[in-house]
Ligand binder design. Sequence first.
Ligand SMILES: O=P(O)(O)OP(=O)(O)OP(=O)(O)OC[C@H]1O[C@@H](n2cnc3c(O)ncnc32)[C@H](O)[C@@H]1O
Ligand SMILES: [Mg+2]
Length: 203
Amino acid sequence: MKDVIIATKNRGKAKDFETLLAPYGVRVLTLHDVAEDLDVEETGTTFRENARLKAETVAERLGKIVIADDSGLAVDALDGRPGVYSARFSGEGATDERNIEKLLGELKKVPDEERTARFICVLAVAGPGLETRFFEGACEGRIMRAPAGDNGFGYDPVFYVPNEERTMAQLSPEEKAAVSHRGAAIRQLEEEARGLFGTEEDR
Ligand SMILES: O=P(O)(O)OP(=O)(O)OP(=O)(O)OC[C@H]1O[C@@H](n2cnc3c(O)ncnc32)[C@H](O)[C@@H]1O
Ligand SMILES: [Mg+2]
């Protein structure tokens, strides 16, 4: 079975990738499996810069092809915040719960029709002798007034997906894969980088 290395320590993201890559019959490995000690500082100011930093640092260390995911939530009423700072929105020791609490607090006075937002995902693929390539996906939605649903991670419980009439956390993993920013980015990658997950015969 072919291994696909995702340069992440986020177990929620890793689960998303397992669902997304299930059709390819590959095994998803994360930093927890291949380089637990490695902590890449996300010093960039764009998703692209941070995705590049994570992918290239880990690819260099391992001497293998690596995919990194830098993603986040852009809220229109907050001029695109928290954006690249989504994971660290509530500061030191941020958790998904505290990030959601801060977000709902900042949006308290924002009326329903102005609560539009999007999830953004940039994937970087890096490897020895390869020029790093980028693939992007987005998912449009609205920020709820209270969390709903237990699936997913991060801001999923407060991210309402209009076409599904539910929050991202109320979707099954397969349903999320079909509509999410991460799903869109992976499909882009699949289209442009055929063979990365193995040939037809390998599957
Ligand atoms: O850097 P790695 O180790 O991959 O893990 P991370 O959680 O720090 O990942 P990012 O730096 O890319 O920050 C992304 C944050 O954006 C949010 N986010 C991204 N994708 C999401 C999704 O599918 N559902 C909910 N929240 C998401 C969530 O808060 C993430 O922690
Ligand atoms: Mg991170």
